[in-house]
Design a binder for this molecule. Structure first.
Ligand SMILES: *Cc1c(COP(=O)(O)O)cnc(C)c1O
Length: 484
C-alpha cells in the first residue's frame, strides 16, 4: 500500500504564504526524542502539504476538533487483503467490524465494496441495514447481546455468533417451539486455549455440548461454523486456534453438521509510522521525553514490521496440524475463511484536526499546547498508553522570525480534567506554534477519534465530515445511520 510522508509529496517550491505547513521533518533537536512522522495516504499528504488553507477553512466552518473521513480509502485497504486471498484462491467472507469507527460513510463504503458487516449492537446492525447491507451478510457478534439485538438478528436471518451456552438457551427461548420457516443461522464462538482467561467465547467442552444441541434442532437452527477473535496481533496464534478447531470440524460432521466457515475475527495490524524510525524512537525513549516522566508500559505496534497483508500471508502459511498450513487445511476441508477486520480496513481513512487555543510556557522551558477539543477525540492516554504518531503543525499565519526556535510541548485538551492529555510525550516543533494553528493527527479512524467522545463541559460533539479524493465533495457524516 502506498503511503507517503508529507516531505515526499510536499511541493518544495511552494512559497511560504499564509498557512504554509511547517516541515515536520526537520531534524529533532539532539536532546529531544526522535520524530515519529505519520505515514499518509497520498490524498491526505497532498491536502496537508499543498492545501492547508482548505483545512483551515473547514475547521472555521465545522469547528475543532474536526474528524475528516475519506471513505474511498477503505476500498484500497480491502483490495490489499484480497490480493493475498485471491493469489492463494482462498474462499473468503470479509465482514467490516463496524465498531472501529462511528462513521456511516465507512459502513457505506464497506457495503459498496462488497463486504459483509460485523455488527455488535442493535445500532450497528441498523446502520448496516441503512447502508444497504444484505442482512445475510451481516454477522452479529458481542458477548452479551441484548434481547432486542438478538430478536433483530433472528428476524432478518443474519448470522449470529453464539458466545455462550447461556446465549444459545436465550436464543432457543426466542424461537417458537414448533420450528421456524427459515432456520436461524449461527456460528459458535470458541475460546482458544491461548486465551483461557478471556470472558469471550466458549471452552471446548461447551462447543461439544452446543453442537449436540444444534444437531437436535436442525429445524430451528442452521449451524454454519466456528468463530473466534483474539487479542494481540500474532497470526500464528490464530493458526493454533484453527488447529484446535480441526477435531470439532470432524465432530460436527459426525453429528450431521457441516462447517462452512471458520471466522478468525480481526486484529490485522497496520503501520502508522515507518519501522526504522519507530525502532529508533523506542531505543531512544527516555523518561524525560514525557511530561510526567512515565514511559507507558505498552504501545500498539505503531511501526511494526508486519502490515495487514504480511499478517494474512503469514497466517495462511502458518502450520495447522501435521503437514498442513492454514491454507491447505481450509482448502482440503472446503471451509470458507471468515475475517472481521476493523482497524486495518479503516487504515488511513481519517484524520483529526485540532485548533490550538493557547500556548503556555512552563518553568522547565517546555510548553503546553492547549487545543480546542479533548483527549476523548484522540484517546490513547485513557488506556495508559500513547498515540505514537507526531501531530502535523499547520500554521495559520506566517511565523515571526523570533518564533524560529526549537520548541518542545505536550498537548492537552481544553477541559478542566487533569487527565485530559492528548499527548504526554513532549513533541519537538521547529518553531513556536501559535494560537489558531492546526495540529493534525493522522490515521485516527481506528479506535482513536470517536471511541470516547462525549459532550463534557456541554461542548457539542465534534463534527465528522466525509470527503472525496480531491475534496470537491464534503458531506456531514455525524448522525448514526444518516449521511446528510
Ligand atoms: C473488535 C473486534 C473485531 C475487530 O478487530 P480489529 O482489531 O479492529 O481488526 C473483530 N471481531 C470481533 C469479535 C471484535 O470484537
Amino acid at each position: 500500500m502506498t503511503a507517503a510522508t508529507i516531505n515526499e509529496t510536499r511541493d518544495k517550491s511552494m512559497p511560504l504564504a499564509s498557512a504554509a505547513p511547517v516541515d515536520i521533518n526537520s531534524p529533532s533537536p539532539a536532546s529531544g526524542p526522535p520524530a515519529l512522522r505519520p505515514l499518509l495516504d497520498p490524498a491526505i499528504a497532498d491536502l496537508l502539504a499543498n492545501k492547508p488553507d482548505r483545512l483551515l477553512s473547514l475547521v472555521e466552518d465545522f469547528g475543532s476538533p474536526l474528524n475528516i473521513v475519506w471513505p474511498h480509502i477503505l476500498g484500497k485497504n480491502l483490495a490489499a487483503l484480497k490480493t493475498v486471498l485471491d493469489a492463494q484462491a482462498i474462499n473468503h467472507e470479509i465482514f467490516y467490524a463496524a465498531k472501529v469507527n462511528k462513521s456511516q460513510s465507512l459502513v457505506h463504503a464497506a457495503v459498496e465494496s462488497g463486504l459483509g458487516i460485523d455488527a455488535s449492537s442493535l445500532y450497528e446492525f441498523r446502520d448496516a441495514l441503512k447502508a444497504g447491507a444484505d442482512p445475510a451478510r451481516i454477522c452479529g457478534t458481542g458477548p452479551a447481546k441484548t434481547r432486542d439485538f438478538l430478536r433483530a438478528l433472528v428476524e432478518y436471518r443474519a448470522l449470529i455468533s453464539i458466545d455462550s451456552m447461556e446465549e444459545l438457551a436465550g436464543l432457543e427461548d426466542l424461537l417458537p417451539e414448533r420450528g421456524v420457516e427459515a432456520p436461524v443461522r449461527v456460528t459458535l464462538r470458541y475460546r482458544p486455549t491461548a486465551s483461557q482467561n478471556s470472558r469471550f467465547g466458549m471452552p471446548a467442552d461447551d462447543i461439544g455440548k452446543s453442537l449436540t444441541r444444534l444437531a437436535e434442532q436442525t429445524g430451528r437452527f442452521h449451524f454454519e461454523g466456528f468463530h473466534f477473535h483474539l487479542g494481540g496481533y500474532r497470526p500464528e496464534a490464530r493458526a493454533e486456534a484453527v488447529a484446535e478447531l480441526a477435531p470439532w470440524v470432524v465432530a460436527a460432521s459426525a453429528l450431521g453438521l457441516t462447517v462452512k466457515m471458520i471466522d478468525v475475527g480481526g486484529g490485522l495490524p497496520i503501520r502508522y509510522v515507518d519501522s526504522e524510525s519507530y525502532d529508533v524512537f523506542l531505543q531512544a525513549q527516555d523518561h524525560d521525553h514525557y511530561r510526567n516522566g512515565i514511559i507507558p508500559a505498552s504501545f500498539y505496534p505503531y511501526g511494526g514490521r508486519m502490515d495487514a497483508q504480511d499478517w494474512l500471508s503469514r497466517f495462511l502459511a502458518a502450520s495447522c496440524g501435521p503437514d498442513a498450513t492454514v491454507a491447505d487445511f481450509l482448502k482440503r476441508e472446503g471451509i470458507t475463511l471468515g475475517l472481521e477486520p476493523g482497524r486495518c480496513l479503516a487504515d488511513q481513512t481519517a484524520i483529526t484536526v485540532f485548533r490550538i487555543t493557547r500556548v503556555k510556557s512552563q518553568a522547565d522551558g517546555n510548553h503546553i499546547l492547549f487545543v480546542e477539543g479533548s483527549s476523548f477525540s484522540a484517546c490513547e492516554t485513557w488506556f495508559n498508553s500513547e498515540f505514537l504518531v507526531d501531530p502535523v503543525l499547520l500554521p495559520c499565519r506566517p511565523h515571526r522570525p523570533e518564533d524560529d526556535a526549537a520548541f518542545r510541548a505536550y498537548i492537552a485538551g481544553h477541559s478542566c480534567l487533569d487527565e485530559d492529555i492528548i499527548t504526554n510525550r513532549l513533541i519537538s516543533f521547529p518553531a513556536r506554534p501559535q494560537a489558531g494553528d492546526l495540529l493534525v493527527y493522522a490515521n485516527t479512524a481506528g479506535y482513536q477519534m470517536d471511541l470516547l467522545e462525549n459532550e463534557f463541559h456541554r461542548v457539542p460533539m465534534p463534527r465528522r465530515i466525509a470527503v472525496n479524493n480531491d475534496l470537491t465533495t464534503v458531506i456531514a457524516d455525524d448522525l448514526s445511520g444518516e449521511v446528510e
